[in-house]
Ligand binder design. Structure first.
Ligand code: AMP
Length: 215
């Protein structure tokens, strides 16, 4: 079975939601740098406070900071035995190269890079409707993936909230940052032969079963 995966795609393409479902079913470890940074910020750790200014503007947190987070995860035995799904990392070519070095150290590889392609309309709709759980980080959508009870997480009953960086102006910047810094990763992984492309505009249930067929 394939086990070490990367999810690449613009913000709002469905990475987080798909990762949540896949890890529930497949038992991978989920490594979402965005989620780890939001937790660090909520706990007011040094890294969280350092990252805040970048996240608020929709800018990328420096490569060393996020790569450090991922390397710490990879150093955990459980992560390497169960396999992992990287969600939102790497986001620059430099991060991808640093990741390769880290993987080499442990003698492991990325088997598949899942690329979710999505157009602007889909992205805006998913991001403006997105609500995340303050406790467990799960995603919902007030238009397309409603929680059973408004404002409350189905899984842990935590409070749902709109991320600051899902506001319109920040979203615009995140999309620009994506096309400038992250989109080049698609060619990088295509050349390595590990890229599988999915149409992120489709219903998430459809994408989910397509991805499962590939894994
Ligand atoms: P996400 O939840 O993946 O949309 O990430 C939210 C924010 O966290 C991003 O807009 C960045 O500010 C920061 N972030 C998350 N992952 C990375 C990364 N790999 N490189 C740089 N910044 C990141």
């Amino acid at each position: 079975m394939m086990k070490n995966l990367i999810l690449v795609g613009p913000p709002g393409a469905g990475k987080g939601t798909l990762a949540e479902r896949l890890i529930d079913e497949k038992g991978f470890m989920h490594i979402s740098t965005g989620q780890i940074l939001r937790e660090a910020l909520a706990n007011k750790t040094q890294i969280g406070l350092e990252a805040k200014a970048y996240m608020d503007k929709g800018e990328l947190v420096p490569d060393e900071v996020v790569t450090g987070i991922v390397m710490e995860k990879l150093s955990e035995d459980e992560v390497r035995t169960k396999g992992f799904m990287l969600d939102g990392f790497p986001r620059t070519l430099n991060q991808a190269e640093l990741l390769d070095e880290g993987l080499k150290k442990y003698g492991i590889e990325i088997e598949v890079v899942i690329y979710l392609e999505a157009d602007q309309d889909t992205i805006i709709k998913r991001l403006s409707g997105r609500r995340a759980c303050r406790e467990c980080g799960r995603n919902f959508n007030i238009y397309t993936m409603k929680p059973q009870k408004e404002g409350v997480c189905d899984h842990c009953h935590g409070e749902l909230f709109q991320r600051d960086d899902d506001k319109e102006e920040t979203v615009r910047n995140r999309l620009k940052v994506y096309s400038d810094s992250t989109a080049p990763l698609v060619d990088f992984y295509k050349e390595k032969g590990s890229l599988k492309t999915f149409n992120g505009n489709n219903d998430l249930n459809v994408i989910y079963s397509e991805i499962k067929n590939v894994l």
